[in-house]
Design a protein around this ligand. Structure first.
Ligand SMILES: Nc1ncnc2c1ncn2[C@@H]1O[C@H](COP(=O)(O)OP(=O)(O)O)[C@@H](O)[C@H]1O
Ligand SMILES: [Mg+2]
Length: 282
């Protein structure tokens, strides 16, 4: 990792502020190397967004974090516990800290919105009906779906399905939320409302969030940190304002959509974020 990464470490406490530490992670599928000695610290109670080329290994990275894929080499430390060494039972135990929102919202078509959100509570807790109802309605309110309890997923718009998926992911109060391209398939306006909702719920419930997204420059507005996956490693990680000033020409090209370096002069930094702020004005 570059000097910029080191100097941008969230705080002086260093390791203790990282909930998840990926250490020298390597993973190949057959002859194809995907992760190649990747290291990354995910700061506690922040929203960290991972960007990178399609097929570059972003989803594979998330699956390592939640223990769905085991690396060929390296460690996945979650609060200091190495996920790669756990048996199935211990893995299930530590997964209780996590919730994941995949690209599709993965709702149960045969269940109402209410029952979709209630499902994890019925499966994983001993809560009574009244408490379940209270929690489900609170979550639905939080994601802006009040009044939609009795609808079925097929009756919802794409944006509403994402909201319902988010409510279901949040209902058990996860410490860590993983989002894999949560705005895929939404038009830009809806994508923005889902981004805002993710940021809002992250601030409110203070979970640690790791998001994979291709929404550039929008993610610079909502993320606390941005990390770029490049050639199987994290090439850069920094707060957005610092990230857009990267001197790495490949990253500059990536975040400027192939239009070449936006700010070759570091003094003109922050232009991407500024431009995206501009774009948001009505
Ligand atoms: N279970 C798997 N078996 C074989 N190849 C896989 C598997 N999962 C991912 N890959 C390959 O790893 C590469 C990275 O995939 P992925 O993480 O999904 O990329 P993205 O950055 O678009 O999310 C791709 O070439 C993909 O085909
Ligand atoms: Mg992916």
């Amino acid at each position: 990792m570059t000097e910029m990464v080191k100097t941008s470490t969230p705080d002086a406490a260093g390791a203790s502020s990282a909930v998840i530490r990926l250490v020298d992670l390597s993973k190949s599928f057959g002859q194809q190397p995907v992760l190649q000695g990747l290291s990354l610290d995910i700061p506690r109670e922040k929203l960290t967004t991972i960007i990178g080329r399609s097929g570059g290994g972003k989803s594979v990275l998330l699956k390592h974090i939640i223990g769905l894929i085991r690396p060929d080499r390296g460690q996945v430390l979650v609060e200091g516990t190495d996920m790669t060494r756990l048996g199935q039972r211990q893995l299930n135990e530590i997964r209780k800290k996590f919730a994941m929102l995949f690209q599709g919202s993965a709702l149960f078509d045969s269940l109402s919105v209410f029952e979709n959100v209630a499902f994890p509570l019925r499966e994983k807790t001993d809560l009574g009906e009244e408490e379940i109802r209270h929690k489900v309605l609170e979550m639905l309110e939080q994601v802006g779906l009040t009044g939609m309890e009795q609808k079925y997923p097929s009756e919802l718009s794409g944006g509403m399905r994402k909201r319902a998926g988010l409510a279901r992911a949040l209902v058990l109060g996860p410490e860590i939320m993983l989002f894999d391209e949560p705005t895929t398939g939404l038009d830009p306006l809806l994508a923005r409302t889902i981004h805002d909702l993710i940021q809002e719920t992250q601030r409110r419930y203070r979970f640690t969030a790791v998001m994979v997204s291709h929404e550039i420059p929008e993610i610079f507005e909502i993320s606390d940190y941005v990390a770029m996956l490049l050639d199987g490693k994290i090439a850069e990680m920094a707060p957005p304002a610092q990230f857009v000033r990267t001197q790495n020409p490949v990253i500059q090209e990536f975040i400027n959509g192939g239009r070449g370096a936006l700010c070759p002069d570091p003094a003109s930094a922050g232009s991407v974020a500024a431009a995206s702020q501009e774009a948001r004005r009505p």
